[in-house]
Design a protein around this ligand. Structure first.
Ligand code: BF8
Ligand code: SF4
Length: 678
């Protein structure tokens, strides 16, 4: 029986009810990462408080907030939905559970869209300033990408210098943030397939300008504006597509400025820290600073050696770590939830942070050690941390100051003679799979039509389809357990996997971004496919190919969007017919909510393995898990058990692949057009 005939795998309710989800709140060792487990013993022995202790202290968490039925939108509240009937079933203003849940959810999307898009805006500003000669430390490292992006968004490229074109691309991107007309966001329209453009026009969710859609969400969710849950959610979808626009801009411009990633080898986990070197961790998201630190550190090795170090050891946490891993092979220290544990090793001299996913708790841990925590962005400061204001006009100078502070701190650390506790665990990895790099691998087999290598492998059943792994860590799950279990289960079932963000850091730390993992976990079809790709490309690759393909930071989910769009165009169908699924096994942030929403509105089923605050309204729940599928072709699969989640993802994927095969066969047999229904 095909898996998708099993109706239990189509049940929109998670297999564990709310109360059974959290097992032992007293056990803080909620991790499968051996380095994190070792460090948790050490922090417990030494009374160092981290997120793991604070998670325990927060249990049981507020059930109203957990389900999304707490409203704090005005200060007549807070209001909670206390039952199904009577005055307590509504907020003071009369808002019902569905209004409150929907409003809270789309405010999360607006938060996520703001974060991703402001990150993109910083990059556009650097590109613009560079084109005017006002950011002299930056350059165009990938002029081909500049031309490709310019062409794609409809700019005339003939007869223009790189700098002239860079300025025009920057101005076009600025327009996507602040257009006053009702025209469409250009960076989004240029990357969608035609059928999706039509779908977004019909449903009135095409974003006009990023900032405008965020503002509209904040307006429509103000006290006494939109109370219709479906209308509210459609407003959220429009904002999530503005988020996607911001992500596309971020990726495109990062590649133009810093280079488009190519396959690269590196290592991951706390064992990458070297006590004899000056250890600098870059943490946050924006490559404008971290890339400059990487470039400058190379020039300052001798200064570090003069201070008694054997060199400078850079490593990364979160997505800025992914940015410099993808382009420079800088090792990954750890992922979001273990960021404080990195400092608790005592071996970190400077942790330099920019924006997003930076725990305020870092400062308390840094205080216990010789570590300097350095903030760099005016919107992201932490009391007690050093603040070195970063300016793109003096980028190199800022990076030098940070590195010099680290060298000075190293000297103090060595003189103090204080022992360090660096876990030995680390694994090698291969990363650097931009869409261009992936297409390049396919092109070695089919130079005329590279994407057909992937779609053919699905059509002939060699692989089951594609799954995108994305998102965060959340201690509602056991740290990195959902990530690794789902990844292994999908591999066993021949799913080709791409991914971004903290999931891929988990995969890397557990040795899953290696060929050894292909040998251990891949099903026969997936192994044959990966082997074939390697054989065709072995002259230009640094090693054999990995089990899953790391495509970058969370904004680089735009690369994944570009991948499924290329597949849809190749099949001649709309995205919902493409055998593609997505998962955020340990989703946490508002950014993840925005991403998940544009994933489903692109027409892709999206699993989330930590429960978003939606359970308080059956109506909203059914809109996002069922009705979204009828309208857009994608829906959320909310499931906290990783084994059941993997089965649900496989069922959704196999159903799509099976249906597409049947429709293709029918079209061939009867000489008709390929059925477009989903
Ligand atoms: O943007 S995966 S915890 S680091 S939010 Fe944050 Fe989540 Fe990690 Fe990257 Ni994305
Ligand atoms: Fe309560 Fe309505 Fe104010 Fe929300 S907006 S806090 S439900 S009165």
């Amino acid at each position: 029986m095909p898996r998708f005939s099993d109706t239990s795998l189509q049940n929109s309710k998670p297999s564990l009810d709310r109360k059974s989800r959290i097992k032992d709140p007293k056990n803080i060792k909620r991790a499968v990462d051996p380095a994190a487990l070792e460090m948790l013993d050490y922090t417990t022995e030494n009374n160092i408080i981290t997120a793991f202790d604070r998670w325990s202290a927060q249990q049981p968490q507020c059930a109203f907030g957990y389900q999304g039925i707490c409203c704090r939108i005005c200060f007549a509240g807070p209001c909670r939905i206390k039952g199904l009937e009577g005055p307590g079933s509504m907020g003071i203003c009369g808002a019902r559970d569905y209004t409150i849940v929907a409003r809270n959810a789309i405010r999360m999307m607006a938060g996520g869209a703001s974060a991703h898009s402001d990150h993109g805006r910083e990059l556009v500003e650097v590109l613009y300033h560079m084109s005017l000669g006002k950011a002299p430390d930056y350059e165009i490292r990938d002029p081909d990408k500049l031309y490709r992006v310019a062409k794609k968004i409809g700019l005339e490229t003939e007869g223009k210098t790189d700098l002239e074109l860079a300025k025009e691309v920057a101005l076009a991107a600025f327009e996507d943030y602040g257009r006053h007309t009702s025209d469409k966001c250009r960076f989004l329209e240029a990357n969608l397939c035609e059928k999706r453009i039509k779908k977004y026009e019909e449903t009135d969710v095409f974003p006009r300008a990023i900032d405008r859609e965020v503002v509209e969400v904040m307006h429509r969710t103000h006290v006494g504006v939109d109370a219709d849950p479906v209308n509210i959610i459609f407003g959220g979808i429009k904002c999530s597509l503005a988020d996607l626009t911001g992500e596309q801009i971020s990726t495109d411009i990062s590649d133009i400025l810093f280079g488009t990633p190519k396959p690269v080898m590196s290592e991951a986990n706390l064992g990458v820290l070297d006590p004899d070197k000056v250890n600098i961790i870059v943490h946050g998201h924006n490559p404008v600073l971290s890339q400059m630190v990487v470039d400058t550190a190379r020039e300052m090795e001798e200064e570090a050696k003069a201070a008694g170090a054997t060199g400078i050891q850079l490593s990364g946490i979160c997505c800025t770590g992914n940015e410099v891993l993808m382009r420079n092979g800088v090792p990954i220290a750890t992922s979001y939830m273990a960021q404080e544990l990195a400092i608790a090793t005592g071996a970190v001299d400077v942790m330099v942070v920019d924006v997003q996913c930076i725990m305020p708790g870092l400062r308390n841990v840094a205080e216990c050690f010789n570590t300097k925590l350095v903030t760099t962005m005016s919107i992201s400061k932490i009391p007690g941390a050093y603040h070195f204001a970063f300016e793109d006009s003096k980028a190199k100078q800022s990076a030098e100051a940070v590195i010099r502070l680290a060298i000075e701190t190293f000297k103090v650390r060595k003189e103090s003679g204080r022992p360090v506790q660096v876990p030995k665990f680390k694994n090698k990895l291969m990363a650097g799979f931009s869409l261009e790099a992936l297409m390049d691998l396919f092109a070695a087999i089919n130079p005329d039509n590279p994407i057909k290598v992937l779609t053919d492998a699905i059509d002939n059943g060699e692989i089951a389809g594609v799954c995108a792994l994305a998102g965060c860590n959340n201690l509602e799950a056991v740290y990195e357990k959902n990530h690794t279990e789902i990844l292994k289960e999908l591999a066993k079932n021949n799913v080709f996997m791409v991914g971004t963000g903290c999931v891929m850091q988990a995969a890397a730390k557990h040795g899953l971004l290696t060929y050894e993992a292909v040998e251990e976990y891949a099903g026969p079809g997936l192994k044959a496919f990966i082997d074939r790709l390697y054989e065709a490309n072995k002259d230009k690759l640094p090693d054999k190919l990995p089990l899953a393909f790391h495509m970058g930071s969370c904004v680089d989910n735009s690369r994944i969007f570009n991948l499924w769009t290329a597949m849809a165009n190749e099949y001649g169908v709309d995205v919902p017919k493409v055998p593609f699924v997505a998962t955020a096994p340990e989703g946490m942030s508002e950014k993840a909510v925005a991403i998940g929403t544009w994933v489903i509105s692109n027409g892709i089923p999206c699993h989330v393995g930590a429960m978003p605050p939606l359970e308080g309204s059956n109506l909203v729940w059914s809109v996002v898990t069922c009705i979204a599928h009828d309208v857009f072709g994608g829906n959320f699969i909310l499931e906290t058990d990783p084994q059941v989640a993997a089965k649900k993802l496989l069922a959704a994927l196999e159903y799509r692949a099976w249906k597409l095969r049947i429709h293709k066969k029918a079209a061939e047999e009867y000489g008709t057009e390929l059925c477009q229904a989903f």
